[in-house]
Design a binder for this molecule. Sequence first.
Ligand SMILES: O=C(O)CCC(=O)C(=O)O
Ligand SMILES: [Fe+2]
Length: 330
Amino acid sequence: MNIPPFPDDVATEELIVIDYGLLVIGDSREIGKLWDAATMQGFWYLRLDDLGPSADVMYALSHQALGLPLAEKVRLCSDDENGSFGYKAMGASAVDQKGTTDITEFMNISQDDVLAYPDVMHRSYPPLISNAMVHIIRPFVERCVSINKVLLNRLSDRLCLPEGTLCGKHSSGNRSCSELRFLRTKPCSDGSQIALGAHTDFGSLSLLFNQLGGLQILSPADGTWKYVKPIPGHAICNVGDALHIFSGGLLKSCVHRVMPPPGLQAQSERWSIAFFTRPCDHVILHPLVKMSGLVAVAAEEFPDIMSVHSTAAHWYTRKSTKFAVYDETH
Ligand SMILES: O=C(O)CCC(=O)C(=O)O
Ligand SMILES: [Fe+2]
């Protein structure tokens, strides 16, 4: 794809760049950078040397999946118990108090369904997707799972939690709301139209693969919206609510949204791929104060977090319902 340049005259957030290979080998300086990013902005770039080919194949698949006729996609509207997996049409959620609706459609594919294929854990998918499960989707999902495991282990250690604590809350084999998402935003002549409303991510860690701008974060430094510029070869990573809660508020789940791509990019359709790692459904979201003195001290400052005591599945359902109707607190 010929990608028009990201403009240099829009407010853009500088994110810390972290090299995934150095995290894998336990480089202490890189782990320190991950800690700084996760505790300050909650967002960072993750440099992945071999991102290119698998992401390209996934973009092609996302074009085919969201290119299915609308009637077929509508038949895939989420009907699972947590209301997540399957299709979300453009306009299904409100982006402001007036009830203006979003202009982004999704196809969500459950991690459990991908890893268990051909068994079905939550729902089935159209042949276009199921035929790609083994050779295209599963290797990509397995790679995302292993990246997020490395990130969870490094963060778990820095939180002074017993070894493997965070990964243990995400063990595959138990049902979870973890999912792969394909997103498409149609070109929009109104640059002020919010494409996907402000939210924090509901799970633990999100990996985003973007080619065009449009993602904005509410900058923790000054509370204004700033674009995140996509960098080839890098995923954009962020902390979600579950890690914010487990860590007693130390790890930041930053508010973000999607706007139409800026500048010359506005003419293009925006495609994006996201992978969300979420705790297993039965896991209780609560600060891990008994497992880490660091978390216990941090949590004292956040009474709101101390009062959270919800399963991951319930948190997900409650947040996605709020997201659909617009609620300033989501
Ligand atoms: O498309 C993007 O860049 C972000 C999407 C997002 O924030 C989400 O799906 O939760
Ligand atoms: Fe998000």
